[in-house]
Design a protein around this ligand. Sequence first.
Ligand code: HEC
Length: 494
Amino acid sequence: MNYPSWDVPIIGSGWVIGIIAIIHVLISHFAVGGGLYLPMAEHKALREGRSDWMPVLHRHAKFFLVLTGVFGASTGVAIWFAIGLASPEGTSTLIHNFVFGWAIEWCFFCVELSTAAVYYYTWGRIPDKLHLAVGYVYAAFSFLTLVIINGILTFMLTPGEAWLSVAGTGMEASKFWHAFFNPTYFPSLGLRTLICVSLAGIWALITASRLDGFEEPELKKSVIQWSSKWLIPAFLFMPVFFFWYLYMIPEAQRGLLEIGIGKVGSGVFTQVTRAALVTVMSSATIGAVVYFLAYRNPRDFSFGHAVAVLLLALSATASTEQAREMLRKPYVVCRHMFSNGIRLNTDVERFNREGYLAKSIWVFPVEREAWARTDAAIPQPGAVVPAAQSTMSPEDWQAHMRRGELMMRGQCMACHTTDGYRPLRKLLGGRDRDSVGNILKMLHDYGDDSPYKKYMPPLVGTPQEIAALTDYLAVLVAPAPKAAPEKVADAAGK
Ligand code: HEC
């Protein structure tokens, strides 16, 4: 345990990343798609001599610049802060493996952000051809940022056999290209590109909806109908890339989805399946709303309608990203590192032998001394020992509890909170110490038949550390003392 754990009450640290990431995806994919939309629309307006389109596009370019340059860029940086805090080991792995990729990414960002600004500020001031060229340079570079980040994101789900074969040996960088162009790279790039293109249309509807349909009916109609067509590629090709993507993900991970689909009839969904269903339903609704309200009825298409479409897109994005995250459970880098930063091949055995907290820098020397004493008080390694409080001094008991708490923070809090999201207090509710101990034993043994193996990492540590976690959790979930019976009767009588 080399890093502190980030305790976010109620929602848990994972959801902090999730919320920022969903907003970021919605804006950054627009930055890519919209980057193509603007010069193509300008090109069309120039070719067809539609000077009435120009002010609309100019307004859209401003909206685009502010949204992507301010909110897109700041949520992007916020993701770095959030993942660094929530998942330091995972972030470190990504940085160490892809340092060259990140460096290129930053260069592309610089070109992207500067050309976006140049495109907007030189509107009407430089020759049309040159202005268009700036637009297309922007489009190319924003697509390149996707080309890079897609490699790193897909790596986390499917690092690929070549990289896995050297994982943890220090030779990982030699498999950079294998890790980058991993099995889900191309289907995911296809999916994301389609999402970019349709988001370009969806965000353009926001600008277009503000045109006055009575004063400028023809203008509003032409912009809205042209923008609506940007959704067509997604509806045609999304299924192809989606099934290709599913085909490329590891059997065990796909299993998470299949369990759910097979049982939809009987009402038992996994979270992944539920998220996938929300994606399909909101995408279908977007298609219908855009066709009937925007394409067929452009004059009456209002700002409220456009926002509704955007909210549906938000829900589709949120559920897709959630399904993608859930598919990776219990890993942060599939088959290499668990969500709590523990490495499958190198850490599990070592922590069981040496102790999870043995080298932790978050332990005070006095606590280590107390632990050495309490180790003696927990006589039978591996067995579920009786609550040890009676055999320890108050100070030792306190150190023992701290040991349990550090275990919980380090190993469980990546996915659980105490009372909010996936609340341990509720999931363990009503269990006494022995029964908590039994669950932890199952988590620790982690046999192939363990029901928990599908979504939880193995619990690691020495028997004494696990005993400390058992005591800590047993105290955490112990029911609060009940009110005296006569008081309850009193209250009921009034
Ligand atoms: C990789 C994420 C992850 C980590 C880390 C994790 N869990 Fe879980 N845990 C889950 C998920 C997902 C569920 C299923 C939640 C649900 O059903 O709502 C779950 C469920 C549980 C349950 C309920 C099991 C049941 O049979 O109903 C318990 C108890 C539990 N976890 C304890 C722990 C403890 C203790 C730790 C730390 C040692 C831990 N978990 C670490 C993801 C995780």
